[in-house]
Design a protein around this ligand. Structure first.
Ligand SMILES: Cc1ncc(COP(=O)(O)O)c(C=O)c1O
Length: 371
């Protein structure tokens, strides 16, 4: 125990990131390593973003323009909103942290599903909030009726990740919209749409309409996933302008860096085609890998993201360790309470095939041991 550290901070656990290629190379001395553990996009950064970021390096001696005028405008246009409805951040993570600071006083309650992105829990605990965690259903879906029932007069925030990490499942837009419209006055929903671009066209909730109706929502998105800029650390929120002002006040003034701003702006301006090509490749590989996993007799959830959640008749951390020995990094889901499930990112066709081959070897080996 370190003297002086806040009690609430001690109640949170450190974030456990996926293993890096360098780490595995160091530990196992393998030559070929395929990283499918962190939901990164193997096609990014796209060409215009890459060029703009390289050029921007020469300006890193100066602070960025805190009005973020161009990027806010480009983002807003995608959603049919005005730039004043957009706030930027260091990745979606930075925005989630800021939202914790904006909304949570010690003793406030937060409602969230069990089996969702881990950071909501830690952010809430660090702020001294009380968790109301609602188990997922048998089919791994979020129980929106139970989430609604868990809201009390003390509930400040509902953390809603749609499509959800680690399950990859998307809620029907009506489920989200009905839930949001039924929120009491003092309760806000954070709609974390980090994987929204991978969902089927037209299947995401009508965020613009909900915002314009004045509902208590903040939608959070990122350039880390579909836009292939995870290392640049840039995300954003869509919220009503009064709240954007509050968010901008609470977050650090220069809360996005010059290279990320240049990359994200160039991507939205000129990388549309590369973005769509990558998205199509990910979606078609997602379907191929899902079919191949199902053909191995595994239970596979229908994914609306760039990863696939599947369940084995075996211990997932043991299977993940055996995959690692074969050079494949995946994410076992025991930490989320699913000890027999694995989350695997959709990579290039070559990497996915390497993973499928390694997995079939592991399954054959384990089957042989049991016979
Ligand atoms: C659901 C969800 N939200 C937010 C994030 C954070 O993304 P970023 O890289 O933009 O900080 C992630 C990253 O994996 C995520 O899965």
């Amino acid at each position: 125990m370190i003297p002086g550290v806040r009690k609430a901070v001690l109640s949170a656990s450190p974030y456990v990131p996926g293993k890096t290629v360098e780490e595995v190379q160091r530990e196992l001395g393998l030559e070929k390593i395929v990283k499918l553990g962190s939901n990164e996009n193997p096609w990014g950064p796209f060409p215009a973003a890459r060029a703009a970021m390289a050029e921007e390096i020469g300006r890193l001696n100066t602070y960025p323009d805190v009005s973020f005028r161009e990027l806010k405008g480009l983002i807003a246009r995608q959603f049919g909103l005005e730039p004043g409805w957009v706030a930027l951040s260091h990745g979606a993570e930075g925005m989630l942290q800021t939202l914790g600071k904006v909304f949570l006083d010690p003793g406030d309650e937060v409602v969230l599903p069990k089996g969702t992105y881990g950071l909501y829990r830690e952010i809430s605990l660090v702020m001294g909030a009380v968790l109301r965690e609602i188990p997922l259903g048998e089919d791994f879906s979020m129980d929106m009726a139970e989430m609604n029932k868990a809201i009390t007069g003390k509930t400040k925030l509902v953390w809603l990740n749609n499509p959800n990490n680690p399950t990859g499942l998307a809620l029907h837009p009506d489920q989200v919209e009905d839930f949001v419209r039924a929120l009491p006055e003092g309760t806000w929903a954070v709609l974390d749409e980090a994987y929204g671009e991978f969902a089927a066209p037209g299947s995401m909730p009508g965020t613009k309409a909900l915002l314009e109706e004045g509902r208590n929502i903040v939608a959070v998105r990122t350039f880390s996933k579909a836009w292939g800029l995870a290392g640049a650390r840039i995300g954003y929120a869509l919220a009503r302008p009064e709240l954007v002002t509050v968010i901008d006040t609470v977050s650090e003034p220069f809360n996005a860096n010059r290279t990320a701003i240049a990359g994200a702006s160039a991507a939205l301006r000129a990388d549309g085609e590369a973005f769509r090509t990558a998205l199509d490749a990910i979606v078609s590989e997602r379907e191929r890998v899902s079919r191949a996993l199902a053909a191995m007799g595994l239970r596979v959830l229908p994914s609306s993201t760039n990863f696939i959640f599947f369940t084995l008749p075996l211990d997932a951390s043991e299977v993940s360790r055996m995959l690692l020995e074969r050079g494949v990094i995946v994410r076992p889901c025991g930490g989320w309470g699913f000890p027999r499930s694995i989350r695997v990112t959709v990579g290039t066709a070559e990497d996915n095939s390497f993973f499928l081959e390694a997995l079939s070897q592991v399954l054959a080996e384990r089957k042989g041991e049991r016979e």
